[in-house]
Design a protein around this ligand. Structure first.
Ligand code: 5AD
Ligand code: SF4
Length: 470
């Protein structure tokens, strides 16, 4: 095991530039942040561009098509930066991390000889060790699934996690949906120990985080153990995070319908801090396609969960992922997807054309759907989803909502925030409100977000001490 002790960290400190480009899911965003945290004690500071960077990491996603080609074209763009460093007699390292690295490690080292490191999502805790080897001119390929967990080796945060933070609690997946590469790239399902998660959540709260999103590829299958070897489910974990002072909002993503147990549905009714928005992917509204996809449930089963969630928390809004054109999907199957969307009435959704992922069962299934049919179905589905999303947002016009300001706006004097229902809101706001939950009156509603003005009790004149007459 390789541990950097704090003293040697200090000794190794030289300021270096670290460029990370992240594709894909929130899990990758979390991993990139952790890589930056791991490298900070070695003197690496994150920069926005690869210009003059000492280390460039592409944290990749393999979930949909052309992933590998995109990585190669980005590697081509990074190469001149490495060469420019070499001309100055300095060595810049290029690394490919994440799921493409895991799936295509050998191909990457063969085709891009200037890449120094290729490593999968379960091994980045060994980055300091890998850097030492790579700077000794060795090329590193590390796509193993280690016995030890990377989570046991992650340092604290180098920078505050921010007002809204991701916290990875579960990784990997044993579901094996026939279209999906995740079980192959992220490996078997694994839940982090309870104390580790709570400790990280408390650190976030201490640094000013107000909203935590518990992350996992299949997060509602969470079954972490506590120090007494008792297994907790996700509902219990959410309740414990809700008890942390300073944490005002909790979310979790991504869930599988089969793992929406009663305790979790009840939690939506009983835990106020659990936000009324749930991403619950269904992929298709046809039982036949759901079976081909190995989703292990029917459309009716899914609708029943939605009904129960709405009973528990009447204002809950829903989102989903859909795939059109899975092998064997007919017009009738597609019509059933449209029907399901009409029944549920979503707040926002992601929809994709099926793309065969090498090595998955779907890639060799019969009944491939023609590209033009996929396009037509996707357009039809997206038109309905856009209509629902816009109507959902319009329903908030004139209302006053609590908004957590977690990003800077495009213009000076503006902040961007999030409602409990995940809508983006922009408003004129003093920078001191960054990181605060503020009441905002919604003045504009659009397909992709809201605009509003802060409801304030502050006045410009000195208030009179006299009470209003009744
Ligand atoms: N083709 C198209 N979409 C896919 N997704 C996963 N694999 C594929 C694929 N092979 C979509 C699913 C999943 C989301 C993260 O990406 O809808 O829920
Ligand atoms: Fe992929 Fe999600 Fe299915 Fe797991 S449950 S195989 S991550 S789509």
């Amino acid at each position: 095991m390789w541990i950097i002790n704090p003293a040697s960290r200090k000794a190794a400190y030289v300021s270096k530039k670290l460029y990370i480009k992240t594709w894909g899911c929130q899990m990758n965003v979390y991993d990139s942040k952790k890589m930056a945290d791991i490298l900070a004690p070695l003197g690496y500071q994150e920069v926005e561009t690869p210009d003059d960077a000492d280390m460039m990491i592409l944290n990749t996603c393999h979930i949909r098509e052309k992933a590998t080609e995109k990585v190669f074209s980005d590697l081509g763009r990074l190469r001149p930066f490495k060469e420019a460093k070499a001309e100055k007699g300095e060595k810049a390292l290029i690394a490919v991390a994440g799921c493409v690295a895991q799936a295509e490690g050998a191909e990457i080292t063969k085709r891009a000889k200037y890449v120094d490191m290729v490593f999968g999502p379960q091994i980045y805790h060994k980055l300091p060790e890998m850097i030492l080897e790579a700077t000794g001119q060795k090329r590193i390929v590390n796509t193993e699934f280690p016995v030890e967990s990377k989570f046991d080796h992650l340092p604290g945060e180098a920078k505050p996690a921010g007002p809204s933070a991701f916290l990875s609690v579960q990784e990997g997946c044993d579901k094996f949906c026939t279209f999906c590469v995740v079980p192959y790239t992220r490996g078997a399902e694994f839940s982090r120990p309870i104390e580790q998660i709570i400790e990280e959540a408390k650190r976030f709260a201490d640094s000013g985080t107000k909203e935590i999103t518990l992350l996992g590829q299949n997060v509602n299958a969470f079954h972490g153990e506590d120090a007494k070897s008792k297994t907790w489910n996700l509902a219990e974990l959410i309740a414990a995070v809700a008890d942390i002072n300073g944490i005002e909002r909790i979310r979790y993503t991504t869930s599988h319908p089969k793992d929406m147990d009663d305790a979790l549905i009840d939690a939506h009714g009983s835990i106020e801090k659990l936000m009324p928005f749930l991403h619950l992917p269904v992929q298709s509204g046809s039982d036949r396609v759901l079976e081909l996809m190995n989703r292990k449930h029917t459309a009716e089963f899914y609708i029943d969960i939605i009904d129960r969630l709405r009973k528990a928390r009447p204002d809950i809004a829903l989102s989903s992922d859909f795939i059109v054109g899975f092998p064997g999907e007919t017009d009738e199957d597609h019509a059933q997807t449209m029907e399901l969307v009409r029944k549920v009435n979503y707040a926002s959704c992601y929809s994709f054309k099926y793309s065969p992922r090498p090595g998955t069962p779907g890639a060799v299934m019969k009944g491939v759907v023609a590209e033009d049919i996929k396009n037509t179905r996707l357009q039809e589905l997206q038109a309905l989803l856009v209509e629902q999303q816009t109507a959902f947002n319009k329903g908030f016009e004139g209302k006053t909502l609590p908004v957590l300001f977690d990003r800077k706006g495009q213009k000076d004097g503006q902040l961007l925030g999030k409602t409990p229902w995940m809508q983006s809101v922009h408003a004129e706001a003093n920078a001191r409100l960054f990181g605060e939950i503020v009441e905002v009156e919604i003045t504009g509603a659009f397909q992709n977000g809201l605009s509003g003005k802060i409801v304030t009790t502050e006045t410009t004149s000195t208030p009179s001490p006299q009470k209003d007459a009744a």
